[in-house]
Design a protein around this ligand. Structure first.
Ligand SMILES: Cc1ncc(COP(=O)(O)O)c(C=O)c1O
Length: 424
């Protein structure tokens, strides 16, 4: 604990303590209350447990099968635990680290190792230490690795990953992974000889905004199933379900589900065949927002304290496609009602640390304002690096059911990042 010599620091510290709940998680009723209370000088990840519950309920009610959360989207233990509590008890894992993480949160969780290319060590540990029996493959070499590392186990489920056309989503995934049609047929036939169960999976691509693409994918998969002549135990439609972002309209989740149900009805799958999906973004996107502070304004460029090398990699990668909703918080005075577009620069010295937006904010946005960046729960904090030393951030939880707290309107002395961490 830092020595609190200045009385103003002491006031700030006591105020933080009043908001602190006993299990060590800082909770606030709203992001505005958090900013007024903490005046944070480092980026703040705000976790919304209720958003996880809502997204899980949407999938559980609407999707005609089992939901496997793609852990890569947000490997935060609070997200995994909340999903498990909300009824999403199955997980698509891509590495030994993700397996250990999920196992640590819930040893009873079902895990499927869906990365098509895995290290031998991780296959061995997944099977022998963590009891994982389901593995994705997209080539014969990987099938042999799995058979060797499991000593030709007789209880394997091998799921063949089928490559998809690359025009189905904003970010195609099938250039890197997936068997082409002919090889997928042969893989299914061979897998049926050596595995206890076989499946077929695909990924239509990340940010598949048009639900009709799932019907295209299912119709394509139908041909492979027919040619292979293999009875499937698992049919997995993968991830890709999108959410709407400024400038990028996505289908409603209910439309994806209806399209998938209609497509499945044409497949004549065996009765016991399990239907799976592996959503990442659609389950996690709303579970976090990011609060950044404006450090400087130059024209219409705002220099903020997080960026491409922090939680905002996607804001640079997708540029005009996935712009993220934003709003401004100013503690002392009201901001202008007139809005205008801005671009953001992050804190590192690299010029690719640039998020072109446009992000629409009050025209008088300036140093010292905070900006809340929404839909940051998927592929946000998961991408953080330590580059340039800008790795510190705070985490708080937002629970709108908490009674509103009184926060001082007086401007508080800003503390250094390390003080903030120690005082939590
Ligand atoms: C195998 C697999 N499943 C699921 C996902 C999650 O995809 P999304 O976040 O687009 O739903 C990914 C993302 O890369 C993936 O590679």
């Amino acid at each position: 604990m830092v020595a609190l010599t200045q009385s103003r620091d002491l006031v700030a510290f006591k105020q933080r303590r009043r908001n602190n709940v006993t299990d060590g998680v800082l909770r606030f009723g709203s992001v505005e209350e958090m900013v007024r209370s903490l005046r944070p000088s480092m980026p703040v990840r705000c976790f919304y447990p209720a958003a996880i519950d809502a997204a899980a309920a949407e999938f559980i009610e609407g999707f005609p099968g089992d939901i496997l959360y793609a852990v890569k989207a947000n490997p935060n233990t609070a997200v995994i635990a909340r999903l498990f509590g909300a009824g999403v008890t199955r997980f698509d894992v891509a590495s030994l680290q993700e397996i250990e993480l999920v196992h640590g949160v819930s040893p009873d969780a079902f895990m499927a190792y869906m990365h098509p290319i895995k290290s031998r060590e991780s296959i061995h540990a997944a099977y022998h230490t963590y009891g994982i029996r389901t593995f994705a493959i997209d080539c014969f070499e990987e099938m042999h690795k799995i058979l060797e590392e499991t000593q030709a186990a007789t209880d394997l489920t091998l799921v063949i990953r089928l490559a998809m056309p690359d025009d189905m989503a904003h970010h195609a995934l099938s250039k890197k992974f997936g068997a082409q049609a002919d090889e997928a047929v042969l893989l299914l036939q061979d897998a049926a000889k050596v595995a206890s169960k076989v499946g077929l999976c695909f990924h239509v691509g990340h940010l598949c905004t048009d639900h009709v693409q799932y019907r295209r994918a299912i119709d394509y998969a139908a041909k492979i199933i027919e040619q292979a002549g293999v009875e499937l135990d698992v049919f997995d439609v993968g991830g890709g379900f999108a959410r709407t972002f400024p400038g990028m309209e996505a289908s409603a989740l209910s439309d994806y589900f209806t399209t998938i149900k209609d497509g499945l009805a044409t497949l004549h799958l065996p009765q016991g065949c399990k239907i799976w999906c592996e959503p990442g973004l659609a389950l996690a996107a709303d579970s976090e927002s990011l609060v950044v502070r404006v450090e400087l304004r130059k024209g219409n460029a705002l220099y903020i304290n997080d960026g491409t090398y922090g939680s905002l990699f996607d804001a640079a990668k997708y540029t005009d496609k996935k712009r993220f909703p934003v709003h401004l918080i100013r503690v002392s005075r009201k901001a202008s009602q007139i809005m205008q577009p801005f671009e953001f620069y992050g804190p590192t010295c690299d010029s690719i640390d640039h998020m072109p937006g446009p992000f629409v904010l009050p025209k008088d946005a300036r140093e010292g304002d905070w900006i809340v960046i929404g839909r940051q729960g998927a592929y946000g904090s998961a991408f953080r690096t330590n580059f340039n030393g800008f790795h510190d951030y705070m985490s708080v939880e937002i629970d709108p059911t908490l009674p509103a707290r009184r926060t001082t309107r007086r401007k508080l002395t800003l503390t250094t990042p390390s003080q903030e961490i120690q005082e939590q």
